[in-house]
Design a protein around this ligand. Structure first.
Ligand SMILES: Cc1cc2nc3c(=O)[nH]c(=O)nc-3n(C[C@H](O)[C@H](O)[C@H](O)COP(=O)(O)O)c2cc1C
Length: 325
């Protein structure tokens, strides 16, 4: 292989989802192979102290590589062999070599289009519910009944507030929020107001509620109300509960997470992640029991899905030069 296709493959991985859009994946071209690293400076010390979400994000990036390779008629073969030593800055994750292959992965064409949709959804129709139910899979439980969605909406607001009410969590979250276009990293990483579907006024409000006004608003019992997003869960077509074998590592789960999201995109739905449902132990336990998540599986994440009510928005991403090391 010449170097050019490897650059192109790395470029295609940049679209992969990552927690808070921190984009922890770094790539090195090593002859005919690609090395994947985790950029340790992108770890969320508060929100992700064990690196679980970082690993899911790295698995999603690795799956992006596989799909992009398949688009170019190549199979990406992953191994842990001959990895360089870890440094404080970079943790080596995997090595990929490439072999010719005929079949293009059917999900590959959705790689560049998938994006979080945090805006409102169109009112669901019966046809939408049927299309959503067709996304049911060995690792995806699709919930469409309105009463069950209302309960999940409530669970989500409770779980989410449990994290957000922590000052250190809010501080870290705000450090990844880009609330105005003048923010120097608006187009590069983190969560910008457009990606969060916030108008200018709402973005200013979010900065205040999550920042200096939080203590007062909490005392007044208003913080939870102002931060609640359950209505968006309720008004969607479905919630998809993503569950994987309990003994599977988050990197591997991340590959399947990305694939499920691409399948959601292929079905014409917009999706937003509801990680709090899986990250809050109590919520995850209750939901797993209520929705018959198979024993031996654990809830890894969840999505709310629906038909998008408007156009998309530009992706905020690091340039290729920043992800090559
Ligand atoms: C492990 C993980 C957890 C995530 N948790 C959330 C979440 O709780 N809420 C949310 O809106 N998006 C969540 N996301 C989605 C990311 O914020 C999103 O992928 C990132 O901002 C990049 O934007 P994109 O999906 O539009 O490409 C999560 C993604 C990953 C990989």
């Amino acid at each position: 292989m010449t170097e050019l296709p490897l650059y192109q493959l790395v470029e295609a991985t940049i679209a992969a989802p990552s927690v808070h859009n921190v984009q922890p994946a770094r790539w090195r071209i090593a002859g005919d192979a690609l090395l994947l690293f985790e950029d340790m400076s992108r770890r969320l010390a508060v929100g992700d102290p064990t690196g679980n979400d970082a690993a899911i994000s790295l698995g999603a990036a690795a799956e992006g590589l596989r799909l992009a390779a398949s688009r170019g008629g190549l199979t990406a073969i992953e191994s842990r062999s001959a990895l360089p030593a870890a440094t404080d800055a970079l943790r080596p994750v995997a090595r990929f070599r490439f072999e010719p292959e005929a079949a293009i992965d059917p999900l590959a064409e959705w790689l560049d289009q998938r994006a979080s949709w945090r805006g409102s959804f169109l009112p669901p129709t019966e046809a939408d519910r049927t299309a959503a139910a067709a996304l049911e899979a060995d690792d995806a439980r699709v919930v469409v009944e309105p009463a069950a969605l209302a309960a999940l909406a409530n669970d989500f607001d409770r779980a989410s507030y449990g994290f957000t009410r922590r000052r250190d969590f809010r501080g870290e979250l705000r450090s990844w929020m880009r609330l105005g276009r003048s923010h120097p990293l608006w187009s590069n990483d983190g969560l910008n107001a457009e990606a969060m579907a916030l108008s200018r006024v709402e973005a200013v409000g979010a900065g205040l509620v999550l920042g200096p006004l939080f203590g007062l608003l909490e005392k007044l019992g208003l913080a939870r109300i102002l931060l609640a997003e359950g209505s968006k869960v309720e008004r969607g077509v479905a919630v998809i509960l993503f569950h994987r074998p309990a003994d599977e590592g988050p990197y591997e789960s991340g590959r399947h997470f990305h694939r499920l999201w691409l399948a959601i995109e292929r079905a014409g739905f917009g999706a937003a992640v509801l990680a709090a449902l899986a990250d809050d132990r109590e919520a995850a336990g209750e939901i797993s029991a209520t929705h018959n998540i198979p024993s031996g599986h654990r809830l890894v994440s969840a999505f709310r899905i629906g038909r998008r009510s408007g156009p998309g928005y530009p992706r905020a991403r690091l340039p290729l030069s920043s992800v090559l090391v």
